[in-house]
Design a protein around this ligand. Structure first.
Ligand SMILES: [Fe+2]
Length: 311
């Protein structure tokens, strides 16, 4: 099946406590490319190999967290169809005009059962990766600046009503369940974690059950190799970036990963690896008693901060 409908993670707007400190961190330590600042003072970034104008937007606020995440759909007709399908499902939507975010078209905004503000959009200006489209080199200077992820890959969101979120994503938005984590046997093994794909990646978005709505667990940046993940860990050390977990490998999705904190307390991930689930994929299940290895495969450690701390 070709990728239609929702194509990929497009953008996330993060709240940060000091915009200048965070701007320097996302630009020089994570190694994103700064692409603009708007009249509200929001600062825009893209990963070096992304072609769209922006993927991470920072807004200064009194508390950390995520304002909204946006996913890019194939075209305007897809956006209209999703609006009809969501409304038919009883999900209220509203349109945010083109240009409210720099270089970004009209967005279709709605609230997930988990309390997150979620949006779909069809247009964002292509600015390219600086290498051109004719006989390009494989990488350029931006690929060596900071950790230099190739793209904003996915996010993990914490909130209530994971079962309803799964139904919305799989029945209306066209995502597939790739992996799931079950709760304790004595609680009836409810699905407490779901990894959903709209492509043939292991996940384009994931959710974990949590009593507080609208929480951010992490935004994730893709690197192209385990060696690049190790290089990212060196850069974290050089810059005294507090690490939450890793470098290690997840059992869930097989990702090779590090989790760390930005200066405001938003968790981010740098990762590589995984596999390619196609549409005939049967979901993988992790039972509660084995979840330590799902999280940290070599040691099986249930990292307390990873499980409980969100922004
Ligand atoms: Fe992740």
């Amino acid at each position: 099946m070709a990728i239609t409908g929702v194509m990929r993670a497009g953008h996330a707007q993060l709240r940060v406590l000091d915009i200048q400190v965070s701007r320097k961190f996302y630009r020089d330590v994570i190694g994103l490319v700064e692409t603009g600042e708007d009249a509200q003072g929001r600062v825009y970034f893209k990963a070096w190999d992304e072609r769209d104008h922006n993927s991470i937007v920072l807004r200064q606020a009194d508390s950390a967290g995520v304002d909204f995440v946006g996913y890019r759909v194939l075209d305007a007709a897809s956006l209209d169809q999703f609006e009809r399908d969501l409304n038919a499902r009883g999900v209220a939507t509203r349109r945010i005009p083109a240009g409210e975010m720099l270089e970004t078209g009209e967005r279709l905004r709605f609230t997930l059962p988990s309390g997150h503000e979620f949006e779909l959009f069809a247009e964002k200006a292509h600015v390219g990766n600086g290498l051109g489209l004719k006989n390009p080199p494989p990488w350029g200077p931006d690929a060596e600046h900071g950790m230099a992820p190739v793209r904003f890959d996915h996010c993990l969101l914490y909130g209530p009503n994971v079962a309803a979120v799964k139904a919305l994503f799989t029945e209306v938005l066209g995502f597939r369940l790739v992996e799931r984590i079950l709760g304790p046997v004595e609680a009836g093994e409810p699905e407490v974690g779901i990894f959903l794909s709209c492509s043939n990646k292991t996940h384009d978005i994931a959710f974990v059950e949590h009593p507080n709505p609208g929480k951010l667990h992490h935004v994730s940046f893709r690197l192209n190799s385990w060696e690049r993940v190790q290089r990212a860990s060196d850069i974290m050390g050089m810059n005294r970036v507090p690490i939450d977990m890793g470098p290690t490998r997840h059992g869930v999705t097989r990702g090779e990963t590090i989790y760390a904190w930005d200066p405001s307390g938003n968790r981010f991930e740098t990762f590589a690896g995984g596999y390619e689930p196609y549409p005939d994929w049967e979901p993988i299940t992790w039972t509660f008693d084995e979840f330590g290895h799902g999280l940290d495969y070599p040691t099986g450690t249930l990292h307390e901060s990873f499980l409980g701390v969100v922004s």
